[in-house]
Ligand binder design. Structure first.
Ligand SMILES: NC(=O)c1ccc[n+]([C@@H]2O[C@H](COP(=O)([O-])OP(=O)(O)OC[C@H]3O[C@@H](n4cnc5c(N)ncnc54)[C@H](OP(=O)(O)O)[C@@H]3O)[C@@H](O)[C@H]2O)c1
Length: 283
């Protein structure tokens, strides 16, 4: 049995789709969800849906019974993830899970991003657990940018603090395909994948948006403190806004860039291009 955590999230749903497309039988997939009401579609496809909260250790042990391989999709509650992820790894050990594929962050070994800390701690706890694993170190999602295009198209500007830093972003569906390939394949023991797509800078991103939309869109760089304040003024919680602004500074230092082609190799097909992702978003 393969279990997928965060199964009702964007990446989880796409990973399950990829597993089914690759021929994994639905009754061989356990969807670990925090709210079964959100998972009716998964149940109707024949998956076993088990409810567990990352904050509830016992619920996780129950959810992982009989599971051989776990696609552990990192939680989304930034700042709360070390205790939550500790619960998942401990539960995997108690349930005798044989393999964990964990979705971390690109260049985790050297990353100074605030967001990297919880991923680095999680990789360490997985290593220390002794469970055979793979680290899927995902770069930025292209959707981080394409899902926020509305105001850019209205105002003619995309803002940030990333400077001219290169971003090896890829779509969630490409990362999901890589996750499905690793969890179903015979990959090397304790492999580390640095996963990213064809790199672009924010000025290049703005140029693609301009081309696709037919409107002149500029990239405006600003100091990270101002950018964090702007994000807060849009309603983002302070720690999250600060983490995003900090990530932009990391991008300007090249921390979300990779020249490795692990993603392309794993999925065995060309990656979704930035232009086609932008086209899909502005349609
Ligand atoms: N690489 C990037 O650019 C990037 C960007 C954003 C996030 N991420 C990371 O990648 C992960 C997957 O991305 P995504 O787009 O799929 O995020 P997402 O749509 O927000 O999905 C997160 C999933 O985690 C589940 N979850 C969160 N807290 C939980 C808890 N306490 N107990 C049980 N389940 C919990 C959510 O459950 P519900 O469905 O019930 O909400 C959801 O299914 C994120 O969680 C985050 O760690 C990466």
């Amino acid at each position: 049995m393969i279990a997928v955590t965060g199964a009702t999230g964007h990446l989880g749903l796409l990973a399950i789709k990829e597993l089914l497309d690759k021929g994994t039988k639905s009754n061989q997939i356990v969807a670990v969800v925090r709210n079964k009401d959100k998972a009716q579609d998964l149940s109707s496809k024949g998956l076993e849906v088990r409810e567990a909260d990352y904050g509830n250790a016992e619920s996780l042990v129950n959810a992982l019974q009989g599971v051989e391989k776990l696609l552990f999709i990192s939680g989304s509650e930034v700042g709360a993830r070390i205790p939550q992820h500790t619960n998942i790894v401990n539960a995997a050990k108690k349930a005798n899970v044989k393999f964990i594929a964990y979705t971390g962050i690109l260049n985790s070994d050297s990353s100074k991003l605030l967001l990297a800390k919880e991923h680095q701690a999680t990789e360490k706890m997985i290593k220390d657990s002794g469970i055979t694993h793979a680290f899927l170190r995902n770069g930025w999602y292209i959707e981080n940018y394409t899902e926020r295009l509305e105001s850019a198209l209205q105002n003619g500007a995309i803002v940030g603090s990333a400077g001219d830093g290169k971003i090896s972003a890829a779509t969630r569906s490409d990362y999901a395909a890589a996750a499905a390939a690793v969890i179903t394949g015979n990959t090397a023991e304790n492999a580390i994948y640095e996963l990213g797509g064809n790199a672009f800078t924010m000025p290049e991103f703005a140029a693609v948006v301009s081309k696709v939309s037919g409107k002149k869109i500029e990239y405006k760089n600003m100091p990270s403190g101002e950018y964090a304040k702007l994000l807060m003024s849009f309603g983002l919680p302070t720690p999250y806004a600060e983490a995003l602004a900090d990530s932009d500074v990391g991008i300007s230092r090249g921390e979300l860039y990779t020249n490795r082609d692990d993603l392309k190799k794993l999925i065995g097909r060309p990656l979704t291009t930035l232009e086609s992702a932008v086209k899909k978003a502005v349609q």
